[in-house]
Design a protein around this ligand. Structure first.
Ligand SMILES: Cc1cc2nc3c(=O)[nH]c(=O)nc-3n(C[C@H](O)[C@H](O)[C@H](O)COP(=O)(O)O)c2cc1C
Length: 354
């Protein structure tokens, strides 16, 4: 087993950016570098099938994120020759990856019906073959991200034993079943069970919404670190805040004015000269869906921003809710406001198509 790259501050639990289709793109990774990079980053997945090639936008994210932190490239697929071929392509292109990660958790029906992503968890014998193939093909670190099962925990222990058997270097565990998608509570007790059963480090994933919650999850699971997805879209300072907390330092508390500046950064980072303005605004709404969970209790910001049709309309809405009438100095809450929902709040079928 290869040890993980050390965290930025020696001795602290690892923090990791969860892989997110259409979100953990090059511009977003770069922004995280500015706001406080996680210790480890994971890319969107490379689709692996009969005629797949390495998607250039993911290659660009690997090569140009400039966060100074190691990045793992995620794969989704089940065809052994194609998985082997993809690993060889990553290695022969000398992509600067810290390791290669297998997706065994994607809950989009379009994906799991093809027996990839979360679909693999239905068949431990197939998991055995895929892990064996990847362990043999990958010269460096081989990591897995998975859920606790497909529609139950039936195969959980068996799959953990396969993770052990194939000397996986890191397990990131999103402690829900595939069928639970994002609706249920997160079953953190399964992370504790994985920590107790496996020799490799385990990252706890699922609803780590704040430093207080992160510490609670570490205390209750004994995991080696935390993998954070949606909450770093809402609060890009969350990795820095964890580091400050672990070091016993004062924790940075963003204001609504800081959030307004973050939104402007996002707009600039994600704009492309050849991309249609309306498309860009719609893409921004994916991020603002999550940011809006911390803006106002009645969800008026979410309501208004979803109706914005242009950059100037979006600017005015952001100023109205985050800057005007003294709002800029108000604290941005640590936790998402109860009762507000991001739509969509998960992988979309477009993002997940294989
Ligand atoms: C928009 C979106 C896209 C996602 N894409 C991926 C993906 O490509 N690969 C993956 O393993 N998980 C993916 N996930 C799942 C996340 O990595 C993570 O497991 C999940 O969001 C739970 O963590 P959180 O509560 O911190 O968000 C995605 C989640 C979201 C919200």
């Amino acid at each position: 087993m290869s040890p993980l790259p050390a965290p930025l501050i020696a001795g602290q639990p690892w923090t990791a950016l969860a892989p997110m289709q259409d979100v953990t793109t090059l511009p977003f990774m770069r922004l995280l570098g500015k706001y406080g990079a996680p210790d480890l980053l994971f890319t969107e997945y490379f689709r692996v099938h009969g005629h797949s090639t390495l998607e250039q936008h993911i290659v660009d994210a690997v090569c140009q994120h400039n966060t100074g932190r190691p990045v793992f490239a995620q794969l989704i697929g089940e065809s052994l020759p194609d998985l082997r071929r993809t690993v060889e392509a990553i290695e022969s292109a000398q992509l600067p990856v810290a390791g290669i990660d297998l997706n065994m958790g994607c809950p989009a029906p379009k994906v799991y019906k093809k027996n990839v992503g979360g679909g693999l968890l239905r068949e431990p014998s197939k998991v055995d073959e895929v892990l064996n193939c990847l362990r043999g093909a990958i010269k460096g670190r081989f990591t897995v991200k998975m859920r606790i099962g497909f529609d139950s925990d039936q195969h959980f222990e068996r799959i953990l034993d396969l993770i052990e058997k194939h000397k996986v270097d890191l397990l990131s565990l999103h402690a829900r079943t595939v069928k639970e998608a994002y609706r249920s509570e997160v079953h953190y007790e399964y992370i504790k069970r994985a920590v107790e059963r496996l020799a490799c480090p385990v990252l706890a994933n699922g609803n780590v919404t704040s430093v207080a919650k992160g510490q609670w999850v570490l205390d209750h699971t004994g995991s080696a670190g935390l993998m954070i997805g949606r909450s770093c879209i809402r609060n890009p300072w969350i990795f820095r805040q964890h580091r400050e907390h672990f070091a016993g330092q004062p924790i940075f508390q963003p204001t609504l004015g800081d959030v307004r500046a973050y939104i402007e950064d996002l707009i600039v980072a994600t704009s492309r000269p050849n991309v249609d303005g309306q498309y860009h605004i719609n893409h921004m709404k994916k991020f603002l869906n999550f940011v809006g969970l911390g803006v106002d209790t009645d969800g008026q910001f979410l309501h208004d921003m979803r109706r914005a049709r242009s950059k100037s309309e979006l600017d005015a809405i952001c100023d109205q809710h985050l800057i005007n009438e003294g709002r800029a100095d108000l604290p941005f809450p640590d936790e998402p406001i109860k009762g507000l929902v991001a739509r969509p709040n998960c992988e979309t079928s477009r993002g997940c198509s294989l």
